[in-house]
Write a protein that binds this ligand. Sequence first.
Ligand code: EZ4
Ligand code: CO
Length: 401
Amino acid sequence: MADRITAARVVICSPGRNFVTLVIETADGLTGIGDATLNGRELAVAAYLQEHVVPCLIGRDPARIEDAWQYLYRGAYWRRGPVTMTAIAAVDVALWDIKAKAAGMPLYQLLGGASRERMLCYGHADGATIAEAVDALVRYAEEGYRAIRIQAGVPGLNRIYGVHAPDAHADPTLPAEGDWDTAKYLRFAPKLFEAARLRAGPDIHLLHDAHHRLLPNEAAQLGKALEPYDLFWLEDVTPVENQEALRHVRRHTTTPLAIGEVLNTIYDCQALITEQLIDYIRATVVHAGGITHLRRIADLAALYGVRTGCHGAADLSPVTMGAALHFGRAIPNFGIQEYSIHPPEAREVFQWDWRFADGYLHSGESPGIGVTFDEAAAARFPYARAYLDVNRLTDGTLWNW
Ligand code: EZ4
Ligand code: CO
């Protein structure tokens, strides 16, 4: 007889930062887990799952992953969007975890087997100044990283993306506020990469995240100005809502572009991919509908020579990293995986079999996604409301963080 889902619950915990985890149990005694973390809006996804999705899961056959996906996507009527797609992703990953455990196989085997044994990853070298950022870069290189993202404080600005300087905002329980001046940044960024390339030598892959802050022509100028430093990618040069903007950027620079950590469905990525406006698609398992949907995005991307560069910030739980590495191991057009180290307390709650070695991430061989979740340990780290920063231009205008 087919197995059936007997229980599903949402656990919110904060081991160093907030994580939302969906746990699904089956009559055959299998447990699967999925990450449902949407940074700064965690409880919205938790309620979506607990109130609206969990009741529909009980009694279902956990083997019918595609059917569950379609049921939750089409059945919601209100499609797409980060909350819905993160909730669906949590169910999808938990069901893939169960299916792979039922098969006694690591997940990548069910996805077609290994296309590669290890996944190139990049770490984050941040610094308040160019000198500090470049020192951090050298430390990463010494630890074996072959690809490194660099962010540095812009002189004259207090708190910029990637650099966690103190915040002058009055109320520490509300979003911190950064300040931003594009002209200063555009003058500064080439100097950062000149120094970085000089210290790193030609072989280290250098990456940079402009975090949605530029206007189309500014993005074109930056891409052009950074060409001498041979970046692996320049990320999120403009906000992704206006994809036409990328045509202008593309016409003016050959610096590779990466976009998509905030995208949730294949429809959001469609023009970026089919018009070849980007080189790397950053959509990831947790925010883009799970393995089932990310595979559709990656397959579309493969047709157009676009490779994956999945988001992997520390606000995505170790469950997502486990799933992403099985996914990356299996697909033909894997590009690179972002790797940001989780807070040490996260290790008390999540145990994982994936590991970093020699600049690459290696997925494990245990059945499922290779990540376990200790609910008793999670209870020791209660949820604490937290926000992403917001950003203002120096005249006070609210801008993109
Ligand atoms: O701002 O994960 O490339 N990585 C990033 C991240 C995102 C956060 C949002 O939750 O841009 O730092
Ligand atoms: Co980013």
